[in-house]
Design a binder for this molecule. Sequence first.
Ligand code: MN
Length: 199
Amino acid sequence: MIEIMKLPYSFNALEPQIDAQTMEIHYTKHHQAYVDNYNKIIEKYPELQNKSVEQILTEINDLQIDPTDKQGIINHGGGVINHNLFWQIMNPANLPDQELINSINQTFGSIDNFKEKFNEIAMKRFGSGWAWLVKNQIGNLEVYNLPNQDSPLSNGHTPLLCLDVWEHAYYLKYQNRRADYLTAWWQTVKLLGTNDTNE
Ligand code: MN
């Protein structure tokens, strides 16, 4: 059994970019439901109970269990850890991560080029899913989107940054205006150290 990660800030901490009501529903309803549904599946499999969600999703392709439960773990286990990372990325207490900034500059030329590329793949995700910055098996950075709650861990990739583009993440405030949500969201990402001018 796992428990929901404690949110490291209050629901209104990301106002005005991410409104308090969206944060509250997103965390207490959506994220909590992924935790509860994951636990319901895992309770059937004692051999999985002492493994972390990350470990199980990393090994998911080799897991010999009921296919419906396997898909359930991909959906709900992914829902748990994807949101864990997402909340941490938006933590207002974050400071610029110089190592991450250096790798992004090396791979994409500049932070602005990276953001442009990331926004492009976030806009292109048709339907529900996430935009990802990952480190691949040979240590290079890549950006791509994945559907639903699929985790890059199941591709052997390490997630570094992620953006939730499910409508539940932005619809109350931004409705169909995903691009406006993206612009606002970047202002909550202090890790790249370039957001002060727009606030
Ligand atoms: Mn979400």
